[in-house]
Write a protein that binds this ligand. Structure first.
Ligand code: C2E
Ligand code: MG
Ligand code: MG
Length: 842
């Protein structure tokens, strides 16, 4: 090293000052550099000379600058102590310089990192005459170095283990190739290989605008954070990358590029896209299904509704604060109570529950909601209730419509029999509890069938609608009105200690209102009504008993002459019950063809010939034996069974008449009794034609016996046309039981009757009662005057026949000749009657 020479000619005082100054500077420099100096003057020396800095490092006291070598060694850490000694000794022996790193423990226990240097100084013979050296405190350097190493290691660990990677780009924004190998698809490799600016790589076309913004940011040297883009590989593979970066400038402000980190968020993006798609789908499903959700927390925080729920309930979000009290007013019926108790139940049992509620919206419309609620439990703790509410108004409406269809009579809109049964059962159940009672009124229309048959079905339908209106109008709104079928209606009254009197008053009013003639387009309809009443609970503790007793009461009312109301009377129940039983039994007999026909001969007084037979139906009850037609015919008429029964007798009689003709017997007429209901049933003419065609019985030998009860005012036109058509078929028409009813001569003049049958009551005792005789004579003369044949019924005595003969009566029928007899007996009995008649002829 070159030694600077002192400038010549400088005065000695200045030289001394300069030296002193140099030494001071050196001292200062050594202190700053934390360097101590030492010297040993003999290999055998036990002390070394040290500079004050050295003494300070070793934290020891010197005597005139000397300290014992042992002290120095003591202060060194044990593992380097021996090393120091070895090097020191070797340096004296061989002159080898050394540097040993050691730690020195100071008296306060702290450690100093030091490097001890030793160097020899040789004499002229080349022997080591002195060893000197320095000790340098490197504690700060060591810890700084250590820190740097540690942080580098840490960074290296982060980089090697992180899924993120670091990137750098130059001033031209081209990415530098990434040193680390990145596992991934071609899209990732594109990014990692560098050489291009980010916007020069292939990226998703839909991100063009985003990328343009990003480029503008980078070109303006702005830092950016979490920029997400999609890189596309040469093979079409894609990767979603999120990157952040900051610009780097050199000290003079020159832009040197960017440094940043990036990460592959493809999985995250896919998951997020999937989540978004599912959320959207769920929201869409909620919107389409009109489902709203809500949460209620037990900690008293607010109840939250989903936007769909606001929408569903007709509130704009934010305009309504949902809570137990605020929503109460929107529930209909007992919804609020039911909903509240369901919530309590859920909190108690933690079970999921469902409930149907009806609510009223702000605009006044009503909606049906299907609500499902469940307890919300987190880590086993109950924190609240969550629920969904679905608008099921349309479905409920459809259900209601279906139910209405299932339980409504489509013609009148009244409840039908099925619903009536349910409501009656409910009424029976309620009646009797806490003084409440009820009544079942069975309303049967009188002569409805006639209207239907005469004015047509459309008129009949309109009449039924009218009846339904009357019943609705005249009964309390709380009453229940149903059409049970045909012309049968029912009214259920629900009352509180309603008296029999009040019920009968209502029934009488209904009958009055229903008996008012109704103007229909086809004509005027005059019907009436008969009502049977069962009061609940006394007339029926079950729906079946109540219905049966009301039916019995109705039957009693009909028997008593229709057009009236009857309360059920237990005393008559048995008799009526028997009649109803009889009716059921008779129906079975008719269906099974288990009836019989007897024939009563009719004698022509002038010729003494049996000119015909009256066919009279006979029925033998399985238990009671033979029952008189006078008992069972009214039952058949009341139940409508007479139509089938009459058709059976007609066919049977025609077939019998044909058999007799075929057997070669004389041509004799067969008379068949016809009930008004058969004529009103509409197709009677067809029934007669069919019976004649089927049996081949000549029409002129068939005589149909009709009674005056046929001629109810409003049916007379239709009856007349039916009779005219029957007459046109060639059959005979007889007016039966003349004199026992209205005995209106008008019918005789206007209707095509061929024959008049004088009722038995006029014949009975005629031989001994002069007034009767006059009446009888007048009737016969009148009939003859109208061109009709006269048949006298019920002649039991010879004298009566004589009187009849005296009045020129044509035909006589009565026990005097024969009672009704079986078809087998009839020919021989007829022959016998004729024989006797000849014998007795004078
Ligand atoms: P009706 O048509 O006036 O029949 C005559 C009834 O008088 C018959 O009673 C007959 O047995 C009875 N009779 C005949 N001669 C005498 C007599 O000299 N003295 C007495 N005391 N009675 C006599 P039956 O057979 O009991 O029939 C009663 C009523 O039942 C019939 O009266 C008729 O209205 C009805 N009837 C009978 N069979 C039929 C039928 O097939 N169809 C319909 N619709 N009614 C029928
Ligand atoms: Mg008769
Ligand atoms: Mg008669």
């Amino acid at each position: 090293m070159a030694v600077r020479k002192l400038p010549l000619g400088r005065p000695p005082a200045q030289e001394a000052l300069r030296r002193w100054h140099d030494e001071q500077s050196l001292r200062r420099a050594l202190r700053i550099a934390r360097i101590g100096y030492w010297e040993s003057h003999s290999a055998a020396a036990t002390d070394i000379w040290v500079s004050p800095e050295f003494a300070e490092f070793y934290d020891c006291v010197t005597i005139e600058g000397f300290i014992p070598i042992a002290t120095v060694q003591e202060r060194s850490e044990p593992e380097t102590r021996r090393l120091l000694k070895t090097h020191y000794v070797r340096c004296w022996k061989t002159g080898l310089a050394y540097a040993v790193r050691t730690s020195i423990r100071k008296s306060d226990g702290s450690l100093l990192d030091c490097v001890v240097h030793g160097e020899p100084e040789f004499d002229q013979e080349g022997q080591v005459q002195r060893v000197f050296g320095i000790v340098r405190d490197v504690t700060q350097e060591t810890s700084a170095l250590q820190q740097q190493t540690e942080s580098e290691e840490r960074l290296a660990d982060f980089v090697s283990t992180a899924s993120d990677w670091c990137w750098e780009s130059g001033p031209d924004h081209r990415l530098l190739p990434y040193s680390k190998v990145l596992d991934g698809n071609a899209a990732l490799q594109n990014v990692a290989s560098g050489g291009k600016a980010r916007w020069e790589l292939s990226f998703a076309p839909e991100e063009r605008d985003l990328m343009a913004c990003h480029r503008a940011d980078m070109e303006a040297h702005r830092p950016f954070r979490d920029f997400v883009y999609t890189s596309i590989g040469n093979d079409g593979s894609r990767i979603s990358i999120r990157t952040s970066g900051k610009p780097i400038f050199s000290d003079d402000g020159t832009f040197r590029g960017y440094r940043g980190t990036a990460s592959d968020i493809t999985q995250l993006s896919v998951a997020r896209a999937l989540l978004e798609e599912r959320t959207r789908a769920l929201e869409e499903a909620h919107r389409l299904g009109r489902i709203g959700t809500w949460k209620y927390r037990l900690d008293g925080t607010r109840t939250t509704w989903s936007p769909e729920l606001y929408d569903l309930l007709g509130f704009a979000p934010g305009t309504f604060e949902p809570n137990d009290t605020s929503i109460r007013t929107y529930f209909l019926d007992d919804g609020a109570e039911r909903f509240c108790s369901m919530q309590k139940e859920i909190l108690r049992t933690r079970e999921t529950k469902a409930i149907d509620l009806r609510i009223k919206l702000v605009d006044g419309t009503t909606r049906d909601l299907a609500v499902i609620c469940k307890a919300e439990v987190v880590h086993g703790n109950l924190i609240g209730i969550i629920g969904t509410a679905q608008d099921v108004t349309d479905r409920k409406e459809a259900e209601r419509r279906l139910e209405q269809l299932a339980y409504t009579d489509p013609l009148t809109g009244l409840a039908n029999r099925a619903l009536f049964k349910r409501r009656l059962a409910a009424l029976v159940e309620e009646s009797g509890s806490e003084g409440s009672n009820g009544a079942l009124l069975l309303v049967d229309l009188d002569r409805f069938k006639e209207v239907n048959d005469t004015l047509g079905h459309f008129a009949g339908d309109r009449l039924l609608i009218h009846v339904a209106d009357v019943l609705r109008r005249e009964t309390d709104p709380k009453s229940f009105v149903a059409r049970l079928g045909g012309d049968e209606f029912a009214v259920l009254l629900h009352g509180h200690r309603t008296t029999h009197c009040a019920i009968l008053d209502l029934a009488a009013r209904l009958i009055r209102k229903l008996s008012v003639p109704v103007d229909l387009t086809e004509g005027e309809a005059c019907i009436g009504a008969t009502i049977g009443i069962a009061v609940l609970p006394e007339h029926g503790r079950t729906a079946e008993v109540a219905a049966r007793n009301a039916d019995l009461a109705l039957y009693m009312a009909k028997e008593a002459g229709r057009g009236q109301a009857r309360l059920f009377e237990p005393a008559h129940a048995q008799a009526v019950d028997q009649k109803l039983d009889l009716g059921r039994c008779l129906r079975q007999a008719v269906e099974a063809g288990a009836l019989e026909t007897h024939y009563q001969p009719q004698l022509d007084l002038k010729t003494g010939r049996v000119i015909g037979f009256e066919a009279l139906v006979r029925w033998s009850h399985p238990e009671r034996g033979p029952i008189s037609p006078s008992e069972f015919i009214p039952i058949a008429e009341n139940s409508g069974l007479i139509v089938d029964l009459g058709r059976w007798v007609l066919r049977n009689a025609c077939r019998q008449g044909r058999d007799w003709l075929d057997a070669g017997l004389p041509r004799r007429a067969v008379s068949v009794n016809v009930s008004p209901a058969q004529i009103w049933s509409g197709d009677f003419e067809a029934v007669v034609s069919a019976a004649l065609a089927e049996t081949g019985f000549p029409p002129d030998l068939l005589c149909l016996e009709l009674t005056e009860s046929l001629f109810v005012d409003h049916t007379k036109n239709r009856v007349r046309s039916t009779l005219t058509r029957l007459s046109a078929l060639g059959v005979q028409l007889a007016l039966d039981d003349f004199g026992s009813g209205y005995s209106s001569l008008g019918y005789l003049t206007r209707l095509p009757f061929n024959c008049l049958k004088i009722d038995r009551s006029f014949v009975d005792g005629v031989s001994v009662a002069p007034e009767k005789r006059k009446l009888l004579g007048g009737m016969i003369a009148l009939s003859h005057g109208l061109g009709m044949t006269v048949v006298a019924e019920g002649a039991e005595l010879r004298e009566e026949v004589d009187v009849l003969a005296g009045f020129d009566c044509d035909v006589v029928q009565g026990f005097v000749y024969s009672p009704p007899i079986s078809a087998d007996e009839a020919p021989s009995v007829a022959a016998e009657i004729e024989r006797r008649a000849f014998r007795s002829t004078p």
